[in-house]
Design a binder for this molecule. Structure first.
Ligand code: PLP
Length: 455
């Protein structure tokens, strides 16, 4: 059914080019118009409600109606709606937020630099890593290793690090000096009879082989998400991070933890790095930093890294990097209030409990004929659909069945996201056990309809 003339939907089709959307399909299908939100739900322009099983884009941790964040923004807007951090200026919220983040860091960190999105944070890191090695007189130590199916953003450098074809095809990416090592998905890539630990050792060996064949003197950094999100919610196998870090230390390679999804409670700890024993030199964070109410991201650096950057800025005369909105006072004030709420409500500990409930409920789908693997930790999970449960054969074409299920879920009043044929769950951190049960009930109905359709 085509949208009514002059409706929001028809104006959307007329004027908007949507991110991560097939533009031609959108011209026919039109948008789902979301008008407001309450708690873990959002509502469309017909008044229908949906459980937001993805917290928007893995991000709206406090749900869609947290008045305290609205108040924090309004208060800061009245006091100082904009200021910046260039040329020795500062505004109070950016200072307080930096101090708070350093206090929360999973390992000793020294400084924070702000940006507006996860992509910008990771892009900033790439530049700082290059700057660092130039400063140290190692101009050849520039390559960055990320992973197949890793997701780090969509700017020129970060889309190059992202290990997903759609982010590179016809964009003339990746750029030089970006390498991809294997995706640590044990269920999919583990060999017959190989234990999780043996698989992790193999992943670490492959990484080391890549480093040795390229020359360790050319490898600057390794970037990884503690749990891969957009690549299909891939939980690292036991001992993976420990083994990867041993290789990196041996070859003097910096470790960048991309905490854009895992940061702020998603895995039941402040950071995914704590959950998996990761000791990064540099971290990026965004999304739940402000519950996504306003755009803000941050990069945290350890002191060893900072000292070199600081000396080089002194040598050149300035650190020639920064965005107009880096540390925007309104965004920083909202982020600070978000962190206060997490603490007051002891939300990360709550996630450890509600997360266990979500994982238990989803585990029940393991025997379903369409389900190959159920995986997750805390309040993030993936359900991978397969053509053949025994052989793990995927559906062809990839994503068709996942998309069908996604559409049935929307009919049931549930927003989830299919990455190919893996269905992701990443609800707001405030979700309760009862709400998880409702979410699972809606998912179960959509899955049954999908099963009927595939038969
Ligand atoms: N890093 C990770 C792990 C992400 O999941 C994302 C976005 O989903 C990004 C970086 C990029 O963030 P943004 O979309 O804010 O640029």
């Amino acid at each position: 059914m085509s949208p009514k003339p002059n409706s929001i939907a028809s104006r959307d089709i007329a004027y908007c080019l949507h991110p991560y959307t097939n533009a031609r399909a959108h011209e026919k299908k039109g948008p789902l118009v979301i008008t407001h939100g309450k708690g873990i739900e959002v509502f469309d322009d017909q008044g229908k409600s949906y459980i937001e099983g993805m917290a928007g884009l893995w991000s709206t941790s406090l749900g869609f109606s947290e008045e305290r964040l609205v108040e924090a923004a309004a208060k800061q807007m009245r006091a100082l709606p904009f200021y910046h951090g260039f040329t020795h200026k500062t505004a109070i919220p950016a200072v307080e937020l930096s101090e708070k983040l350093i206090a929360m860091a999973p390992v000793p960190m020294s400084k924070v630099i702000f940006a507006n999105s996860g992509s910008e944070a990771n892009d900033t890191i790439v530049k700082l890593v290059w700057y660092y090695n130039n400063a140290l007189g190692r101009p050849e130590k520039k390559k960055i290793i990320s992973r197949v199916k890793g997701y780090h953003g969509v700017t020129v450098a970060t889309a190059s690090m992202t290990g997903l074809p759609v982010n590179q095809t016809d964009f003339d990416l990746p750029i030089n000096n970006i390498l991809h090592t294997s995706c640590p998905h044990y269920w999919r890539f583990g060999k017959e009879g190989e234990s999780e630990e043996a698989f992790a050792s193999r992943m670490a060996c492959e990484l080391e082989e890549m480093i040795l064949s390229e020359g360790p003197e050319t490898i600057a950094a390794f970037i990884g998400e503690p749990v891969m999100g957009a690549g299909g919610v891939i939980i690292p196998p036991a001992t993976y991070w420990e083994k990867i870090q041993t290789v990196l230390r041996k070859h003097d390679i910096l470790l960048i933890a991309d905490e854009v999804i895992c940061g702020f409670g998603r895995t039941g700890n402040s950071f995914g790095s704590q959950t998996f024993g990761i000791e990064p030199d540099i971290m990026s964070m965004a999304k739940a930093l402000s519950s996504s109410y306003l755009p803000i991201s941050a990069v945290m650096l350890n002191d060893k890294f900072y000292q070199v950057i600081a000396d080089n800025s002194d040598k050149i005369g300035v650190l020639g990097h920064g965005f107009t909105y880096s540390g925007h006072p309104v965004c920083a004030a909202v982020a600070l209030e978000t962190l206060k709420i997490y603490e007051e409500r002891n939300l990360f500990a709550q996630v450890a409990e509600t997360g266990a409930h979500l994982q238990n409920r989803l585990a029940a789908f393991k025997d379903h004929p369409l389900v190959g693997e159920v995986r997750g930790i805390g309040l993030i999970a993936g359900v991978e659909l397969v053509q053949n449960k025994r052989t793990k054969e995927s559906f062809s074409p990839a994503g068709k069945v996942g998309t069908y299920l996604n559409e049935r879920a929307v009919e049931e009043g549930l927003i989830i996201r299919n990455m190919g044929d893996t269905i992701a769950f990443c609800p707001p951190l405030i979700i309760t056990d009862d709400q998880i049960d409702q979410m699972i009930g809606r998912f179960a109905k959509a899955l049954e309809k999908t099963l009927d359709w595939t038969r």
